[in-house]
Structure formats: structure tokens, C-alpha cells
Ligand binder design. Structure first.
Ligand code: SF4
Ligand code: SF4
Length: 97
């Protein structure tokens, strides 16, 4: 029982982080037509922050919640994500408390 109580809840940890959100996205899809033909859509489930969502026949990219982990860049099987860090001073501030 104590083991269950002591387990780390990732959503609780993520809630501690704060963001200085840039007005421009640091994540871009290179070619939206490639996403249309992408069967795997790995980005929609590899991202721990749920940044990518397939909605109404297209991909949405809610860059504001990005954790800057880079998983989507590596995971996209079509190398279709133009990935950069946010501009200096913007992005996530981790609080590990
Ligand atoms: S995995 Fe890559 S190609 Fe497929 S939907 Fe996501 S960004 Fe597009
Ligand atoms: S870098 Fe990580 S958190 Fe940011 S969008 Fe990609 S997978 Fe999600």
C-alpha cells in the first residue's frame, strides 16, 4: 500500500513547471501533406505533453505546453518536424519539487 502511495505521478510533477510562452511556435510541420499520408502518427502518442493531436483531418500543434524533450523529433517516422528550442528566455522552466 505504501508503495502505491509513494509512486511518482507524472501529471502532478508536470503541473509544477512554469512557462514563458513565446508568440511564435518553435515546432513546425515541414509538409502537412506528409501527415495526411502518415499511418503511424507517432507524434500524437509519443509526446508526454500531448502537444500533437489529430483533429478533423489535420494535425494541431499546441507548442505552448512543450517540454523540450525532443521525442517527437526522433519519433516522427517521416522526419517531418522542424524542431528547434524556443527563443532565449522563452519555453519551459522545470521545477522538480
Ligand atoms: S508522425 Fe510525423 S508525419 Fe506523422 S503525423 Fe506526426 S508529424 Fe506528421
Ligand atoms: S519536444 Fe517533447 S514535449 Fe515538446 S512537442 Fe516534442 S515530444 Fe512533445
Amino acid at each position: 500500500m505504501d508503495d502505491i502511495k509513494n509512486k511518482v505521478n507524472i501529471d502532478d510533477k508536470l503541473f509544477l513547471n512554469s512557462y514563458n510562452v513565446d508568440t511564435a511556435s518553435h515546432l513546425a510541420i515541414k509538409d502537412t501533406a506528409v501527415c495526411l499520408d502518415c499511418n503511424e502518427k507517432i507524434c500524437t502518442f509519443i509526446c508526454p505533453a500531448h502537444v500533437y493531436e489529430w483533429k478533423d483531418g489535420h494535425l494541431t500543434v499546441d507548442y505552448e505546453g512543450c517540454l523540450e524533450c525532443g521525442a517527437c523529433r526522433i519519433g516522427c517516422s517521416h522526419d517531418n518536424i522542424d524542431w528547434t528550442y524556443p527563443r532565449g528566455g522563452f519555453g519551459i522552466q522545470f521545477r522538480l519539487g
